[in-house]
Each structure stands twice: as structure tokens, then as C-alpha cells.
Design a protein around this ligand. Structure first.
Ligand code: 13P
Length: 248
């Protein structure tokens, strides 16, 4: 893929006032030379993002999307609803949703399908827990998670983004070493190559305690096309410094 992609995942953080400051500061720090940049906000703030960032270099996304198209699903938000607010990306299968909301590989695959059908790029998260890594199951776990999405989405798979987020590295300050991350990215790349004629279109992001200090070395790896940033995306200076590391 050409150019890197840096995506902030604000998780359940923010307020109208704080978002305004953050988004304005981020937009002010972006230039024509910046790589592709997006922030995934809590859904209630998507209209605010649309208002603040429309026409700018900053794209925005949702943190989840319903697996259903429409109907009696109280509390859910459909992909077509999100699209009405200019949403370009939707994170699907984040480990926090797999862990706390019981999302299975099959549900994640359907969510990716709904997003694609509405013209939204799903950012499909995969990653092993510490126990799975220690048991030597990393490869099997991430391949299984990605295989479900490939199986359900067929040739559309070239339109997705994949984020490798080792669960043990999320919000812990423990980052996968560049070599550890590259190793998993390479096998995900190989899996995608076998599944589509256009694997080069698919960005493979790393996520898990990416910060100003480690971004450059992670992003310099062959198969790391960008980052999915949690904590560090909430501070404009940190987020912009990661964007800068991805922009040359
Ligand atoms: P942290 O960058 O806070 O570890 O979060 C990573 C993440 O889960 C992004 O989706």
C-alpha cells in the first residue's frame, strides 16, 4: 500500500469541549505531507467530527457498527446511519468488544460486511491474549480471526484494513517489539495474499501502546503500514508526533 495510515481510537473518552480542542489542534498540525489520518470517536460525537473536520485532511470513523442492517435492535447503530455522518472507517472486532461484549469471529465478520456494504472501510482487529502467546498459539489465533472475515467477505477483502493488536500490549505500556509485530504482520500479509488479487490495497496497522518513543521503529518494519493508537491519540502533540513519524 502507498503511504501510511494513522488512526486514533479514542475509546470511551472525550467531551464536546475536549474533542473540539483536540480536533482543532490535530487539524492545525496536519499538512499536505501528512500521511492518511483518522480518529475513531464515540458515536455520539460523530456529528461534531463531521462539523469540525469536513473538508480537512482529517478523516473520522466509528468504534463499532451493528451486525444487523436495520430493525428491532435497540441501542444498535447501522452502517448506513454512520455513513450519513461522513464516517470513513469503523473499527470492528476490537479486543475490548470481543472480551466485554462477547463478539465472536462470526459476528465480527458480519460487521465488516455491513460496513463494506455501506461504503465504510472496516478496521478489522485481531490479536492474541498473553496466555495464548505464552502457549505458542499466536499464529493460530490471529489466522483464525482473520479467516472468518475473509470467508464472509470474499473478494471485497481488498477493501478492508487489518489491525494487529496483541491484547497484552493494549493500554499496558508493553509494546510488541518491532520484530514481534513484523513477524505477525508478515503472516497476516501472506494470508491476505492468498485471499485476494489485490493484497497491496490492504493496510496492516499495529496497535498496542504505540507512542511517540516507539512509533518510528514499529512503522519502519516492512509489513507495518500504520498504527491504531489508543491513549496517545488523546493528546494532540503525541498523536501528531506519531503522524510525523509515519509521514516520511
Ligand atoms: P493503547 O494505544 O492505549 O494501548 O490502545 C491500543 C488500542 O486498543 C487501539 O485500538
Amino acid at each position: 500500500m502507498s503511504g501510511k495510515l494513522i488512526v486514533g481510537n479514542w475509546k470511551m473518552n472525550g467531551s464536546l469541549a475536549a474533542n473540539q480542542d483536540l480536533v482543532r489542534a490535530v487539524m492545525a498540525g496536519l499538512s499536505d505531507k501528512s500521511c492518511k489520518v483518522a480518529v475513531c470517536a464515540p458515536a455520539v460525537y460523530l456529528p461534531q467530527l463531521q462539523q469540525l473536520a469536513a473538508g480537512s485532511h482529517l478523516l473520522w470513523g466509528a468504534q463499532d457498527v451493528s451486525a444487523h442492517e436495520q430493525g428491532a435492535y435497540t441501542g444498535e447503530l447501522s452502517a448506513t446511519m454512520l455513513r450519513e455522518f461522513g464516517v470513513r472507517y469503523a473499527i470492528v472486532g476490537h479486543s475490548e468488544r470481543r472480551q466485554y461484549h462477547g463478539e465472536t469471529d462470526a459476528v465480527v465478520a458480519t460487521k465488516a460486511q455491513r460496513a463494506l456494504a455501506a461504503g465504510i472501510t472496516p478496521i478489522v482487529c485481531v490479536g492474541e491474549t498473553l496466555a495464548e502467546r505464552e502457549a505458542g498459539h499466536t499464529e493460530e489465533v490471529v489466522k483464525r480471526q482473520l479467516a472468518a472475515v475473509i470467508h464472509t467477505n470474499g473478494h471485497c477483502i481488498s477493501e478492508i484494513v487489518v489491525a494487529y493488536e496483541p491484547v497484552w500490549a493494549i493500554g499496558t505500556g508493553k509494546t510488541a517489539s518491532p520484530e514481534q509485530a513484523q513477524q505477525v504482520h508478515a503472516l497476516l500479509r501472506a494470508q491476505l495474499k492468498a485471499a485476494t488479487a489485490h493484497p497491496e490495497r490492504i493496510a496492516l496497522l499495529y496497535g498496542g501502546s504505540m507512542n511517540t518513543a516507539n512509533a518510528a521503529s514499529l512503522l519502519s518494519q516492512n509489513d507495518i503500514d500504520g498504527g491504531l493508537i489508543g491513549g496517545a491519540s488523546l493528546k494532540s502533540a503525541d498523536f501528531l508526533s506519531i503522524v510525523a513519524a509515519a509521514s516520511h
